[in-house]
Design a protein. Structure first.
Length: 88
């Protein structure tokens, strides 16, 4: 439930697109390493790279607003956020 002081909740395409893209990137790298590079094992350097990908996600979240504006401008999307009315 949305607290009354935050209603109506602002929903945009950006969080889903950002997270799904980064999640797909990490799953692809993991599947390449686990399936092709070193089958059935994860080596220390692969684990280190996965951890660095996590730190990259933290960095993406730190610059989230700037990144959203940049991507929206490149996609020629509206930069203003639309509010969504409550369902009921």
């Amino acid at each position: 439930f949305t607290p009354p002081e935050l209603a109506p909740l602002e929903l945009t395409w950006w969080p889903l697109a950002r997270d799904c893209t980064y999640y797909a990137l990490t799953l692809i790298t993991l599947s390449v390493w686990f399936g092709a590079t070193t089958p059935d094992a994860i080596t220390w350097w692969e684990a280190t790279l996965q951890f660095l990908l996590y730190l990259g996600y933290v960095l993406v979240m730190y610059y989230n607003d700037d990144l959203e504006e940049f991507v929206a401008s490149k996609l020629s999307a509206k930069t203003r956020r639309d509010t969504v009315a409550p369902l009921f």
